[in-house]
Design a protein around this ligand. Structure first.
Ligand code: KG4
Ligand code: ZN
Length: 386
């Protein structure tokens, strides 16, 4: 295999409901970034249907990769390596990207690099900071990866080109984005819930309803979950199924079911509802409920993360993953975090949610170290980040 070192990497991402491909040079210069979203396919079901996701990835992968190469002015031959998400994610969805990446790498005789999706989210931030000329991070660095499938806190370390991560917190049940999606579904608003609740919350009173913040027993916080050295590290776990259940209880005790049914039916009749359509379909009580729910989640994420940052004497905090697109979350981290003297970095909104530029960027240090994947690796739905 001939290894060229211009560092032009084709990234492929198919872990959930976006088929994505991107070409990134030296982990920094995004030559193209194509994301084909399956939202419309899954919307009628109020969540991602794994079999449909795999089928749609199969349909989309070839044209999406072709467009990423064309937009980047590259050919199959001119790229230096193929990087692909190995996990975590939906096994059948991951396998589509992995099989295609393997076939490409084999046919082109190019190196293949396997990337952890969560590391990709972290590198979305690093990529954009490098673009801004910010090449030096102050350590210790803590990263909050908060998305539809994950709510993880990591201590991130860099040794030369290599990055390693220690998990210092995770959700015990629902991920924060999952809670957003489930509550939106419960209120008849549709999928994905996060962006909708984000936009609708500005019309509601976040203090109207007081949901108690998720509390974990001290014992749980310090419990080891089997990660490297985790038994020696203080833990800061999260829990979001209680808040979701509290919203459900509110719906039941305030007899909102009939109104929710009307809203759901009304919104499904509009082909592309705007935020004004969503707002008009909600009464003030619902807008207050949505704003109070978001406020509870954001308050918990920010408070726990900042306690963790203090405990680890962190100098830098990276906040990434789909929920990092949330306006209230960004505002709260910026005000509360800066008061603590923390440097806080978010990805732009387009790189916060799933994309392949972050996969190509995370692959670059592995490319430099020639940390290539063997052709027999497979998808790992529950792949841990270390
Ligand atoms: O990172 P991502 O695209 O996919 C996963 O790896 O899960 O994250 C998707 C999640 C969904 O749960 C979606 O509702 C949530 O991120 N999300 C948001 C916002 N935009 C996306 N949650 C809150 N506010 C947003 N603006
Ligand atoms: Zn993701």
């Amino acid at each position: 295999m001939a290894i060229t070192n211009d560092g032009t990497i084709l990234g492929i991402e198919s872990s959930c409901d976006e088929t994505a491909a991107a070409v990134v040079r030296r982990g920094e210069q995004v030559l193209s970034n194509i994301v084909f979203s399956q939202i419309a396919i899954h919307q009628p079901y109020g969540g991602v249907v794994p079999e449909l996701a795999s089928r749609e990835h199969l349909r989309a992968i070839v044209p999406v990769v072709r467009k990423a190469l064309a937009d980047a002015g590259q050919s199959y031959q001119s790229i230096d390596a193929v990087a692909v998400t190995r996990g975590p994610g939906l096994a059948g969805a991951l396998l589509v990207g992995i099989s295609y990446a393997k076939a490409l790498a084999f046919a082109l005789d190019k190196p293949l690099i396997a990337v952890n999706h969560l590391e990709g989210h972290i590198h979305a931030v690093l990529l954009e900071e490098r673009q801004k000329g910010n090449r030096v991070l102050n350590f210790p660095v803590i990263a909050l990866v908060v998305s539809g499938g994950h709510t993880h806190l990591y201590l991130a370390e860099q040794n030369g080109e290599s990055w390693s991560y220690q998990n210092i917190g995770r959700t015990r049940d629902d991920a924060a984005g999952e809670a957003f999606d489930k509550v939106a579904k419960l209120l008849g608003l549709g999928y994905p819930g996060g962006p909708l609740i984000d936009k609708l919350s500005v019309f509601g009173d976040p203090t109207a309803e007081r949901f108690s913040s998720p509390r974990l027993k001290h014992r749980d916080r310090n419990e080891s979950v089997g990660d490297k050295n985790s038994d020696e590290l203080p833990r800061f776990d999260f829990s979001y199924s209680g808040v979701k259940t509290a919203v459900l209880r509110y719906v039941e005790t305030h007899d909102l079911a009939a109104a929710i049914d009307v809203r759901r039916k009304h919104l499904t009749q509009i082909s592309k509802p705007t935020i004004e359509d969503y707002r008009a379909a909600c009464d003030q009580e619902t807008l207050d409920l949505v704003a109070s729910f978001q406020h509870t989640i954001v308050d918990d994420l920010v408070t726990k993360t900042l306690i963790a940052a203090r405990s680890y004497e962190a100098a830098t905090l990276l906040v990434t993953g789909g929920v990092a697109a949330n306006n209230e979350l960004r505002r709260r981290f910026e005000t509360d975090g800066h008061k603590e003297g923390l440097q806080i970095y978010f990805p732009s909104r387009s790189l916060a949610t799933d994309n392949a530029a972050m996969i190509a960027a995370a692959a670059y240090p592995k490319f430099l170290k020639q940390e290539f994947a063997a052709m027999d690796f497979s998808a790992e739905a529950g792949l841990a980040l270390r």
